[in-house]
Design a protein around this ligand. Structure first.
Ligand code: AQP
Length: 332
């Protein structure tokens, strides 16, 4: 018998500043997954964004920005379940229930928490510390089998797998242990100015971060000034992080692999190579920006899309929560 189709779940934070790393590492995987998944669920994770200082009035706007970016990138609400996390209250209930099988030590080991708080650990919100439990609830509520994410989420997915295993061992087989899915090329797109650090919404350089909504001029400027090295070979190597990053970006834009890009640019200087990368990124993101401009003004339509998705999501999550509650000894 053929394998059943996967249940796919992934979440993305609400900001209008989605970058090329988010697009390559996550968003294009979402679009690919919507015909494979049964269902594929994608969620704007607004509850996660309260883990750092934020402006409530701004939050709703950023959710709509993000929703419009994802729809512009190719998400089709007819082929996937697309919704806002806070509309499905089951996520917060399951977070609390799963905390029974999550240890303080588990959360204390999360490198993303350590990187984000730096030395200001005592001032960090409890929500930031708890973020991986909410992320586990997001996925486990749908008994997802696949979680498409970028490489930076590897540790969080490992933890949710462990939480599911522990729950099943303690309360009986209930939750599905999901598989991490990271893209073969582009799982970690690096900052163009600091290619040793990942391209990031909060931590990167302005010039080294290509935004999905950047216009052609901005894209060409940022890619044109990307840091390379003192050599001249277009070759992926550990000691050539800048060039390797550009090779990955072009490979994704052209739908090929590293080897094909290296072969195409054998003997070509960095200047021409960067121009080709800029062309590729403009082709990749240009249509998304144009479609975004059309979709973003119609807030009522965006809200209606998210509300319809939430209703479908809730129907699935409610079944899981009911079973989890029963297993844990709560009334129905
Ligand atoms: N540089 C990256 N390369 C590949 N994938 C990436 N992702 C993030 N950065 C890269 C993936 O994008 C998805 C959505 O991420 P998010 O918006 O939920 O936030 P994040 O993972 O915390 O990364 P950001 O966007 O850079 O935000 P900050 O600055 O807050 O860390 C995820 O699947 C992520 O793996």
């Amino acid at each position: 018998m053929a394998d059943p189709r996967p249940i796919i779940f992934s979440g993305i934070q609400p900001t209008g500043r989605k970058h090329l790393g988010n697009f390559i590492g996550a968003i294009r995987q979402y679009v690919e997954g919507q015909d494979r998944g049964d269902p594929a669920l994608y969620c704007v994770v607004d509850l996660h964004s309260i883990s750092v200082p934020y402006d409530p009035a701004d939050l709703r706007e950023r959710v709509l920005d993000t929703a419009a970016i994802l729809l512009a990138a190719g998400l089709d609400p007819e082929r996937c379940i697309f919704f806002r996390q806070s509309d499905v209250r089951e996520h917060t209930e399951l977070t609390w229930l799963l905390s029974a099988v999550t240890s303080h030590g588990d959360l204390d080991r999360m490198t993303q928490f350590k990187e984000k708080v730096g030395k200001a650990r005592e001032l960090a919100s409890a929500a930031l510390f708890y973020y991986p439990v909410l992320m586990a609830a997001d996925v486990l509520a749908y008994r997802a089998t696949e979680v498409p994410v970028g490489d930076d989420q590897r540790q969080h997915v490992e933890l949710m797998r462990e939480i599911a295993r522990r729950f099943n061992a303690r309360f009986g087989e209930t939750l599905v242990v999901p598989e991490l899915v990271v893209p073969e090329v582009g799982a970690r797109i690096m900052d163009l100015q600091e290619p040793e650090t990942k391209m990031s919404t909060t931590g990167g350089t302005e010039q080294g971060t290509v935004l999905v909504l950047d216009d052609e001029k901005a894209i060409r400027k940022k890619v044109g000034s990307a840091v390379t090295d003192s050599g001249h070979e277009v070759r992926a190597a550990a000691d050539k992080p800048g060039v390797t990053n550009l090779i990955d970006i072009l490979a994704v834009a052209r739908g090929t692999g590293r080897a094909e890009v290296e072969a195409d640019f054998d003997g070509v200087g960095y200047g021409d190579f960067k121009r080709a990368v800029a062309d590729g990124v403009v082709e990749l993101l240009g249509p998304v920006r144009e479609r975004y401009e059309e979709l973003r003004p119609d807030e009522a339509a965006l809200e209606a899309t998210l509300a319809a998705g939430a209703e479908k999501a809730r129907a699935i999550a409610a079944l899981t929560i009911a079973e989890v509650r029963a297993r844990m000894g709560f009334g129905c």
